[in-house]
Design a protein around this ligand. Sequence first.
Ligand SMILES: *[C@@H]1O[C@H](CO)[C@@H](O)[C@H](O)[C@H]1NC(C)=O
Ligand SMILES: *[C@@H]1O[C@H](CO)[C@@H](O)[C@H](O)[C@H]1NC(C)=O
Ligand SMILES: *[C@@H]1O[C@H](CO)[C@@H](O)[C@H](O)[C@H]1NC(C)=O
Ligand SMILES: *[C@@H]1O[C@H](CO)[C@@H](O)[C@H](O)[C@H]1NC(C)=O
Ligand SMILES: *[C@@H]1O[C@H](CO)[C@@H](O)[C@H](O)[C@H]1NC(C)=O
Ligand SMILES: *[C@@H]1O[C@H](CO)[C@@H](O)[C@H](O)[C@H]1NC(C)=O
Ligand SMILES: *[C@@H]1O[C@H](CO)[C@@H](O)[C@H](O)[C@H]1NC(C)=O
Length: 402
Amino acid sequence: MKFASKLAPLLALAPVALGAGAGASTTSESESAATGSAVDKIVFENVGFTGYYYDVESYTDITSEDCVCKLSPTFTVFEGANAPLNEELSVHLRGPISLKSFGYYVTDDLSSGTWDRLAYYDSESQNATNVTFLKNGGDFSPCAGYALTYLSANGSGTASESTVLESNNLIESDQEYTILSASKCGESSALGDCGFYREGIPAFHGFYGSTKMFLFEFEMPEATDDTNTTHNMPAIWFLNAKIPRTSQYNANTSCSCWASGCGELDIFEVLNSSKPLQLDSTIHDYQGTGDIETGLEASDYFTRDTSGTMKGGVVFTSDRKITVFMDSDMSIDESIDASDVSNWISDASSEGTKSLSSVTMNTSTSTASSSSSSKKSDAAAVGSSGLLFSVMTLGLLGFLYL
Ligand SMILES: *[C@@H]1O[C@H](CO)[C@@H](O)[C@H](O)[C@H]1NC(C)=O
Ligand SMILES: *[C@@H]1O[C@H](CO)[C@@H](O)[C@H](O)[C@H]1NC(C)=O
Ligand SMILES: *[C@@H]1O[C@H](CO)[C@@H](O)[C@H](O)[C@H]1NC(C)=O
Ligand SMILES: *[C@@H]1O[C@H](CO)[C@@H](O)[C@H](O)[C@H]1NC(C)=O
Ligand SMILES: *[C@@H]1O[C@H](CO)[C@@H](O)[C@H](O)[C@H]1NC(C)=O
Ligand SMILES: *[C@@H]1O[C@H](CO)[C@@H](O)[C@H](O)[C@H]1NC(C)=O
Ligand SMILES: *[C@@H]1O[C@H](CO)[C@@H](O)[C@H](O)[C@H]1NC(C)=O
């Protein structure tokens, strides 16, 4: 998911734009889709590394032409299994898509335990528990894009208060929305529970856990609209929840933590409009790549069924695996035995794997990586402490000059 700018032309001006620029998705998106085989399961292995990214620190004159987004001069360190995707995530859906049901789960002990559903949406019963539907439809900012606001029941407009997505919720090409929990963020602040976020937005927590699971029952019918932007390119993906709360589609890559690598996972995404039946899975962070735009794409893919309901999801486990799967037997129950999850995963008749490289921060003269409990490290201290390896590897050089 090239999640960034709808204002791509401006990006050319951004001195820090990486690679092709974060905004390549403006018109008919055409990216390199996976060239492997159709599978029922894709396993990302060895996921998680010690690294860091830059949070947004402030916005000035946000809705004016002179708006400025400023990144924090200190960076946020992450580490552990599945990092940085072990942080709170937001859920994103792009049309044509209709959401039948959604569940978010956590577990204490995968091997013997159960998965407990902490958030749920069911279109038919209209049960919406611990979910908030949001859209980039609020105030416009030339640098940070549209602010987050509540989504209307039909999935394509805005609302003045939290509204349950109605059962007939098919959205067209290029329409998209976000799901966060119903757990409200405290004050916007670098040290707050949600970090800094854009003023005036309905701010909610993402879905936490280094082990967690998301299940979806959905349809991705053939587009009937005449949109020529991301036409017939549906997707389900996740972002570090700080991204939508600051700026998801920005003209300036400094307007969110995305470009410095706070994390994105695409699970079912049409990447190339000429391959509309191919759903790709990709991690966008710096674990073994300096090209966050392209990210770490699995070479196999899922097949999009345009006429029926698809059931699938993603499981993040403590063994540093992120397993994306489709299984028609899956069901989004209140509590799920770990053995059932294992069965859905092992039912797959075909699978693809993508093993991420082991990226280690050079900590020979640094204590930065072991101080993650405080999350914030002093940039000056870390800068002087032998991080050259990671700076080069993570491709963050440009960001040092912000
Ligand atoms: C992007 O934001 C950074 C940080 O505020 C600023 O230095 C830079 O000039 C901005 N770029 C553009 C193109 O506005
Ligand atoms: C998209 O797919 C078409 C047809 O297979 C191919 O010619 C084109 O190169 C692809 N685009 C990219 C960017 O890979
Ligand atoms: C919705 O689901 C929750 C459990 O996730 C359950 O406790 C509640 O009774 C359900 N509400 C309705 C109206 O079915
Ligand atoms: C969806 O709902 C919004 C807000 O209520 C409304 O403005 C819009 O016209 C609706 N769209 C469709 C296609 O019905
Ligand atoms: C709702 O989800 C959030 C985010 O993961 C979680 O922290 C919270 O405990 C959940 N609330 C309930 C009532 O389960
Ligand atoms: C895409 O649609 C817009 C608005 O309908 C139109 O102005 C534009 O010419 C179209 N572009 C292409 C490449 O068809
Ligand atoms: C780690 O950094 C130290 C000090 O800058 C350097 O001497 C050493 O070669 C580096 N090790 C690796 C594996 O890059």
